[in-house]
Write a protein that binds this ligand. Structure first.
Ligand code: AP5
Ligand code: MG
Length: 215
């Protein structure tokens, strides 16, 4: 099953994927995580992406499309994938159609005030990438990852100026994808306003399973 996760920055895509990927035994591919991995390893791709990401802008389509095409050519995605954060423009969606078939597009929806609260309090483990939030999902010991003991940090693009820009970019360039996949007939919408993550996951899994059965 090839699944894409749409939704504004901070709506919870990474959090929800980390909880459902085992159930479906398919890899989680986050373009943001791939870029951050390249930045950490100081690669050419990382150097190019960092300038855009820190300002809250999208990395150019050509670079991103080639990166995803390459990732989806690997063996581990033959039974499916969860693609988180791609596509983010109509051009990316059109390109994706050429090299993979999307079975289900999930749009996670939440109010702007909820999203801003989530982004401004988010913290990430530098070592394993686990996602926390200073108020909503705090680590047991401040600054230390519950899962691996790694250091917890705030992403550079979770500062107020970059958050503002990311939300503008989302509305202009990414939100048209909701209608794009609705017209394609394979969109499901999941309400992500609640802080009860278990109930969001339950709803998501029910919707994915029933869509799979009727396909
Ligand atoms: P990316 O890393 O994909 O960032 P994003 O889309 O902005 O999404 P986030 O990762 O910020 O949010 P999320 O939805 O995963 O939320 P999370 O689970 O962390 O991309 C970063 C950058 O890379 C882009 O700006 C761009 O420059 C570049 N890029 C990436 N893909 C690209 C593409 N296709 N084309 C071009 N450029 C691209 O949750 C957020 C917080 O909320 C956490 O603290 C979490 O603990 C908390 N939380 C989550 N759900 C709940 C809940 N239900 N209740 C309470 N708290 C919650
Ligand atoms: Mg994410």
């Amino acid at each position: 099953m090839n699944i894409i996760f749409l939704g504004a920055p901070g709506v919870g895509k990474g959090t929800y994927t980390s909880r459902v990927k085992e159930k479906y035994s398919i890899p989680h591919i986050s373009t943001g995580d791939i870029f951050r991995g390249n930045i950490k390893n100081n690669t050419l791709l990382g150097k190019e992406a960092k300038g855009y990401m820190d300002k809250g802008q999208l990395v150019p389509d050509e670079v991103t499309i080639n990166m995803v095409k390459d990732r989806l050519s690997q063996d581990d995605v033959k039974d499916g994938y969860i693609l988180d954060g791609f596509p983010r423009t109509i051009a990316q969606a059109e390109a994706l159609k050429e090299f993979s078939k999307v079975d289900i597009a999930v749009n996670f929806a939440a109010r702007d005030d909820v999203i801003i609260q989530r982004l401004s309090g988010r913290r990430i483990c530098r070592k394993c990438g686990a996602i926390f939030h200073v108020k909503n999902i705090p680590p047991k010991t401040e600054g230390v990852c519950d899962k691996c003991g790694g250091e917890i940090y705030q992403r550079d693009d979770d500062k107020p100026e970059a958050i503002k820009k990311r939300l503008e970019v989302y509305k202009k360039q990414t939100s048209p994808l909701i209608d794009y996949y609705k017209e394609g007939g394979n969109l499901i919408v999941v309400d992500a306003n609640s802080e009860d993550i278990d109930s969001i996951i339950k709803n998501l899994v029910e919707r994915l399973d029933s869509t799979r059965k009727s396909a």
